[in-house]
Design a protein around this ligand. Sequence first.
Ligand code: NPQ
Ligand code: MG
Length: 370
Amino acid sequence: MKIEAVTLREIRMPLVHFFETSFGRTTERRILLVTLHTDGPEGWGECVAGEDPFYSEESVDTAWYAVEKHLAPALLGKTIAKGADVPALLGRVRGHRMAKGALENAVWDAEAQEQRVPLWRLLGGTQTEIACGVSIGIQNSVEQLLEKISTELAAGYRRIKVKCKPGWDLKVFERIRARWPEILMSCDANSAYTLGQIEHLKQFDRFNLLMIEQPLWHDDFYFHALLQKQIKTANCLDESIHGRRDACAAIELGACRIINIKVGRVGGFSEAVAVHDVAQQARIPVWCGGMLETGIGRSHNIALSTLPNFTLPGDVSASKRYWKEDIIEPAVEVSPQGLIKVSQEAGRGFQLKTGFIEQLTVRKQTLRAQ
Ligand code: NPQ
Ligand code: MG
């Protein structure tokens, strides 16, 4: 396909409910979408960078800059056979993985349509339904959290993950386990602790957690390895895995027993598949993380989750948990069994509501081949 133009656009979408982590509370998302105009089908990608550089160093504004000034120019006017060829073209730019991922995934999105195959098949997926979990933010009270968990369990979700931080951890787990002793439950600290708090972290072992996600520094494997040796609960790395080599190093060090894969965090589908593959070889299960995506990113997460080593329920859940109205149709729905059935249609398997996307757009810029 020939890349004739790239459109960057920022949309604003209020969340149905605020989402709070150890790094802060979000009530409305600003989301950068990219559209690839080719001589064939149009490809769409979603950049998962946040409004502020709190989850990672990237933000909507740094991603916009990287795409406009460096990444789109590296693709414009080129003929690209497939998504897998994109990383080499963007490799001169260091970092900016979420920005790169949006563009690379848009090429895969177009490629799947062009080849008339489902995107998940193109990625090497084998599972036709995926297991869903939910990530529940820090609430104003424990009662509110219990209420939310009860709603999600009733909806069929197969794993409950609760965000935690000092002051919102042991007491909260105590209350959840008193009511639901058996459910599959994990926690995510988003780097809220230090190794100095190891005695406190050891107490997490009492709650039969499936895993504890990124308890220590966002850029660390070494101290996570020291921690993993001293706790029974499986450690899962999220923030600190930026690609295949990080996964190899973390596994070799014993820093984690589980890996969360987010396609944007590792720079696109090619690297996400590479992380999946090295984890599979090392018998480390993986699951698909979430970044409060709209339907575009959500559909791409569903496609990725069909790869064989995605054996734990992911943070890929129904559109309606986040949005009053999603930008794709149909909206992503989860069955009462907590499963998403994968589409057999060519491409991402969901149509775009282009009129609605236009209405939500607050900023737009089209870059063309010179
Ligand atoms: C995680 N997500 O697994 C992330 C963190 C996260 C669903 O738990 C704006 C942009 C707000 C990115 C909030 C879930 C965000 C964000 C949370 C990422 O660690
Ligand atoms: Mg996480």
